[in-house]
Design a protein around this ligand. Structure first.
Ligand code: UT7
Length: 334
């Protein structure tokens, strides 16, 4: 066995995040679409979300700043990275990837770089893949980012999507570690492409499903069947967390933080209650940041990490679901 192929651990060295300064409140939204603060808070738990200034900010700038933030916290430079993965469905360009531009901006050349498209699962999928690439011996240090400028794809005349989404990026630096007990204890990723029509971003009219053809479609904007996604998510979320706990022998008592994709407070709360997880183990920031798709889990992780809430003794769980349809989990010991 070569040295690189030996069983190793994967350490999360540091985390980072970036959110735009601009806030969009429920009252602001009620001036754009037929909605109101009470309805939004009751149905989603959201009070406000952050929004990019399109002239100066976007997925690339947030991804760059979140990763720089994480590198600074780790005491590393861009040139220390061997690979950058950016989970996103809102890349400014399909070519080059956001990751390639982030690499250039942070001086990471010749690190490998690619974007990963798994919608709201972007960060959890990317973390799972990054840790597997380190464990395989192929890479030593990887920068993982989940970044999403949802406001660039939200149709602000559509009240089902405009109330939910915000902009954010979260990042983590992973490095090979000699201690095999440190790292990802369990990871799982799944998808059901037959459900793609519940959440899609059409670029051509040919792709618009029959049921949606009579609706006013704006190409390049997100279409969502909220009820359908809600139904899927409520069951899937619980199942995925349950599976992660079962596979690692953890329980509601022994697990640390369960970091959920911030989709809708009712979806998170349904899973939390069913699994009898205490409130303090299920972090919520959707009230302030809305649903930032691939940005959300990384942002939560960074906020918890910096608050000292990720404990060494207790493995924590990351869990997400989203367009595709996709779902994923990862259980980590730090
Ligand atoms: O990150 C993953 C992607 N997405 C999600 O996780 C989203 C999952 N889905 C949801 O979060 C929810 O389905 C929504 C928040 C999108 C909608 O909430 P809901 O409780 O499923 O509402 P609904 O679509 O069943 O609508 C209930 C009522 C309807 O009125 P009627 O037919 O009962 O008179 C809607 O027309 O609320 C009305 N409505 C609104 N009213 C005020 C729908 N959207 C709004 C709105 N403001 N923005």
């Amino acid at each position: 066995m070569t040295e690189s192929a030996q069983r190793c651990g994967v350490r999360i060295l540091a985390t980072g995040s970036c959110v735009p300064e601009r806030r969009l409140t429920n009252d602001d939204l009620s001036k754009l679409v037929d909605t109101n603060d009470e309805w939004i808070v009751q149905r989603t738990g959201i009070h406000e979300r952050r929004v990019c200034d399109p002239s100066t900010e976007g997925t690339f700038t947030m991804a760059r700043d979140a990763l720089k933030n994480a590198l600074d916290a780790a005491g590393l430079k861009g040139s220390d990275l061997d690979l950058i993965i950016v989970g996103t469905v809102t890349a400014e360009m399909t070519c080059p990837s956001v990751a390639a531009r982030v690499s250039a901006a942070l001086g990471a050349t010749p690190a490998a770089a690619f974007d990963l498209s798994a919608a709201c699962c972007g960060f959890v999928y990317s973390m799972n893949i990054a840790q597997a690439l380190i464990a395989s011996g192929q890479f030593r240090t990887i920068g993982v980012v989940g970044a999403e400028c949802m406001t660039s794809i939200v149709d602000y005349s559509d009240r089902t999507v405009s109330i939910l989404f915000g902009d954010a990026a979260g990042a983590a630096i992973l490095r090979r570690d000699p201690d095999p007990r440190i790292g990802c204890l369990y990871s799982m990723m799944g998808a059901d492409g037959t459900g793609w029509e519940s959440l899609y971003i059409p670029r051509r009219t040919q792709e618009v499903p029959a049921f949606d053809r009579d609706n006013p479609i704006r190409l390049g904007h997100l279409r969502m069947n909220g009820k359908e996604v809600f139904r899927f998510a409520v069951t899937k979320f619980r199942e995925v967390i349950e599976d992660a706990l079962k596979q690692t022998g953890l329980t509601a008592e022994t697990v640390g933080q369960v970091i959920c994709h911030q989709s809708n407070i009712r979806i998170i709360e349904a899973a939390r209650a069913k699994l009898e997880l205490p409130n303090e183990k299920v972090y919520v920031n959707i009230d302030r940041f809305g649903n930032s798709s691939a940005g959300s889990v990384g942002l939560c992780l960074d906020q918890l990490w910096r608050a000292g809430k990720i404990e060494k003794e207790r493995p924590f769980v990351m869990v997400a679901f989203g367009g595709g349809l996709t779902w994923a989990s990862g259980v980590w010991r730090v």
